[in-house]
Write a protein that binds this ligand. Structure first.
Ligand SMILES: C[S@@+](CC[C@H](N)C(=O)[O-])C[C@H]1O[C@@H](n2cnc3c(N)ncnc32)[C@H](O)[C@@H]1O
Length: 303
């Protein structure tokens, strides 16, 4: 049973079957979705399709919070969150020490409005903590995701967590926005809170993201870059290996994520060099996150 299936309650499955009984194509839908895609559908499309299903799942954050962290459409917010947390947990469990206790203590650094933590709160296998710098995100999660501990962290370390208190951590699309100095400081603090041998997943923007941005009008608008600017950035990345482009004052104000916030592009080798004293890279994949950001799985070195 995969993670999404494991957190899908009998109530919501029963409701899905009731809904299918009302549709002429119910048998066909059920056949095509099969068990694993059914869980994916229930956690992403289901809440918008049927109010009873919606009531059986955690609340969905409002559009203004969703649009800061990901696409604002409910279904995309939910589906990408379900997909990303399933991917991360699969990788983390694969590399975990066989004697690691359950529940796994897991941290989402830069959790936003709980796009991923909302699913962890439905599982007994994980004891989830999220932190974010943006008070609005933290307040929403604290009020709506009662089985997740969500805390605000300041613009500079330390996290409000004890040394060695976390088994797994991940940080999705956070280091893709930090300047190098801040990235180094947060990596050191994540190493502090992780238990020896603990695992950390980081995602970053690199050459793969630039190749996605280059032909895409939607991404041109999001990143303020046209094709020519993407070519300039790709050349800069090849020589500088880490390029931080601060956001405008208007975007910085809206993001409420500290003054030093922008778009960071990092080459795969530079990323490795940022943490090599603290972490061993056990797996990396360019474009590993849905063909978009680069993914790095790191194991904390024993000091
Ligand atoms: C692009 S969003 C991604 C949010 C979430 N990880 C997700 O994938 O849905 C980046 C998040 O990082 C948070 N963030 C930025 N700088 C941070 C910092 N220094 N400490 C904690 N969170 C930070 C922002 O507030 C925002 O919620």
């Amino acid at each position: 049973m995969n993670f999404l299936e494991s957190i899908t309650s009998k109530e919501i499955r029963d409701r899905f079957n009731e809904v299918l009984d009302t549709r002429p194509d119910g048998r066909i839908v059920s056949y095509i979705l099969a068990p694993d895609k059914t869980a994916e559908w229930l956690h992403s499309v289901g809440p918008g399709y049927d109010d009873t299903m919606r009531s059986l799942l955690p609340a969905i954050p409002p559009p203004n919070l969703r649009s800061i962290v990901a696409a604002p459409e409910e279904e995309i917010f939910l589906w990408t969150g379900a997909n990303d947390i399933s991917y991360f947990l699969g990788v983390l469990e694969h590399y975990a020490s066989p004697d690691l206790a359950v529940p796994r203590r897991i941290l989402d650094f830069g959790c936003g409005c709980g796009r991923l933590t909302r699913y962890l709160g439905l599982s007994d296998r994980y004891r989830a903590t999220g932190t974010d710098i943006n008070q609005d995100h933290v307040d929403w999660c604290a009020a709506n995701l009662p089985r997740v501990t969500t805390l605000r962290n300041k613009a500079v370390p330390p996290l409000p967590l004890a040394d060695n208190s976390i088994d797994f951590a991940y940080s999705l699309s956070v280091f893709s926005h930090l300047p190098e100095r801040a990235a180094l400081a947060w990596l050191a603090d994540l190493a502090r809170v992780l238990a020896p041998g603990g695992l950390l997943i980081i995602t970053t923007h690199g050459l793969n993201a630039l190749q996605v941005i280059r032909p895409s009008k939607i991404h041109h608008a999001m990143f303020g870059m046209d094709e020519a600017a993407v070519d300039v950035m790709s050349n800069r990345l090849a020589t500088e290996r880490l390029v931080f482009v601060p956001y405008s004052a208007e975007v910085v104000d809206a993001a409420k994520a500290g003054d030093e916030y922008g778009n960071t592009f990092i080459s795969m080798d530079k990323a490795d060099s940022l943490w090599s004293d603290l972490f061993e890279t056990v797996y990396s994949k360019s474009g590993g996150l849905r063909g978009w950001q680069d993914v790095f799985v790191l194991r904390r070195r024993h000091s």
